[in-house]
Design a protein around this ligand. Structure first.
Ligand SMILES: C[S@@+](CC[C@H](N)C(=O)[O-])C[C@H]1O[C@@H](n2cnc3c(N)ncnc32)[C@H](O)[C@@H]1O
Length: 252
């Protein structure tokens, strides 16, 4: 953790939102030109989706855990009760999304595919927020959600249901294979999440994270993650959001 990360405190404005994801997304939206378009992949109860104040919102989840009958409706909001692959493949749009939140299935293959697909439907000055890129313990990065929770409870007595899967492997893939993109990982003021945006001045990367160049994904285990956290570009929330907003020249 950097010095600035350690001293980070949420300011009065950011304290307003209870949900860290919604708070970060709304901070980004406030810097974007209006009307902004927002896509959320993996919506569940809508805890974040319904708190996000974008002019146009799209929700994608194979199983929504809220009542569609009583959910907000209108021209500015739409719901697709389908898997992300189906949404990206089958739903054709005549516009692009300014802000995308990826929080669907927590495996690196699915999240990386969602990420690559999201790149196709976002313009130059857009931001993708990735959840679950920073596992909280070794149990959390089990690809099997049920086993992750059971093993933690069995081994430590901790009843937490934290589960991030191996989504953390998407960051080394972005770092290695997407030199046109910039990213940082927010690790304060709520659950860790990565912000990704297109670099206005991309530079050739001279290094890659160990092991990734050989596409040796199974070897990127939790110990690898612990050893390579520097490569996640860790930041406090305020600095991470400001970096992305300034880099894209948003709000100007
Ligand atoms: C952690 S929850 C999302 C939480 C939500 N983003 C929020 O902040 O309140 C993950 C969701 O991903 C959904 N999901 C699982 N596989 C998916 C897929 N292939 N495509 C889209 N969503 C998926 C699950 O149904 C679940 O509702």
């Amino acid at each position: 953790m950097s010095e600035s990360s350690a001293s980070a405190q949420p300011d009065a404005q950011t304290m307003f939102f209870v949900n860290a994801s919604a708070r970060r997304l709304n901070t980004l939206l406030a810097a974007m030109a209006s009307p902004a378009r927002y896509l959320e992949v993996g919506v569940e109860t809508g805890q974040t989706f319904f708190e996000v104040s974008a002019a146009f919102k799209t929700a994608v989840d194979p199983k929504f855990l809220f009542d569609r009958e009583t959910a907000p409706r209108g021209d500015s909001i739409e719901y697709f009760e389908i898997a992300s692959d189906n949404f990206f493949c089958d739903v054709r749009r005549d516009f692009k999304y300014d802000l995308v939140f990826l929080d669907g299935l927590h495996t690196w293959e699915q999240t990386y595919r969602d990420f690559c697909n999201a790149l196709l439907i976002t313009p130059e000055r857009s931001i993708i927020l990735l959840d679950d890129v920073f596992p909280s313990d070794v149990y959390s990065c089990n690809r099997d959600q049920v086993e992750a929770v059971m093993m933690r409870q069995f081994m430590t007595g901790d009843p937490s249901n934290a589960w991030h899967g191996d989504t953390y492997k998407v960051i080394p893939l972005i770092r290695t294979f997407h030199p046109l993109l910039s990213y940082c990982t927010i690790i304060t003021d709520g659950n860790p999440q990565a912000l990704v945006w297109r670099s206005p001045q991309p530079s050739i990367r001279s290094t890659v994270l160990p092991d990734v160049s050989a596409l040796n994904m199974p070897e990127l285990d939790y110990l690898w993650f612990l050893r390579n956290q520097e490569g996640y570009n860790l930041m406090n929330e305020k600095d991470g959001l400001s970096l992305a907003i300034k880099a894209l020249g948003l709000g100007i």
